[in-house]
Design a protein. Structure first.
Length: 183
């Protein structure tokens, strides 16, 4: 590959605490001609972003104990043209809305394959043909969504959210550590 071809590669920042996932996704994205830099925490992701000013970013919602939403906010403050896809294994309506409001282009639940991620990075408009569920959310899913909403209102502070919910902090932590129910 020539030096000019190397310079023409779009820069992509990948931030996820799962090192194996990062290694596999980085390889797949490089095969699709992206220059990929990887970080495993928010601070390292921010340092890389400041150095490279990525055109694209793939950010995990939960990076260790940190929120990827903070990184989305910081990336957009650096360059509001950065195309960001938020990935998560802990999807909720609240975090999806917040990610988009903060500047993410798209929000995908794991497992998402490389083609879905690249498609989301390049997508410019919403899909009006998206399916609308005929089944209402279950009580357990509604509880999960409510916990996420209150947690977001308290900027991710579990102790403050627990006080607002009138529950013990450890009880809230246990509920948040569980994977959300699907419906």
């Amino acid at each position: 590959m020539t030096a000019s071809e190397e310079l023409d590669k779009p820069r992509l920042l990948l931030v996820d605490d799962d090192q194996t996932f990062c290694m596999v996704l980085k390889s797949a994205l490089e095969k699709r001609h992206y220059e990929v830099l990887v970080a495993h925490d928010v601070a390292a992701g921010m340092r890389l972003a400041e150095q490279m000013l990525p055109e694209y970013a793939v950010i995990d919602l939960r990076i260790g104990i940190e929120s990827g939403l903070e990184l989305v906010k910081k990336l957009i403050s650096l360059d509001d043209n950065t195309r960001i896809v938020m990935l998560t294994g802990f999807a909720s309506i609240t975090t999806a809305v917040e990610a988009i409001k903060l500047g993410a282009t798209h929000y995908l639940t794991k497992p998402a394959n490389t083609d879905e991620i690249v498609s989301a990075l390049l997508k410019n408009e919403g899909d009006s043909s998206a399916a609308i569920s005929e089944v209402p959310l279950s009580v357990k899913r509604l509880e999960w969504e409510h916990l996420q909403k209150v947690l977001m209102q308290h900027e991710g502070n579990i102790s403050a959210a627990a006080r607002a919910l009138n529950m013990h902090r450890r009880s809230l932590q246990r509920k948040l550590d569980k994977r959300p129910v699907l419906s």
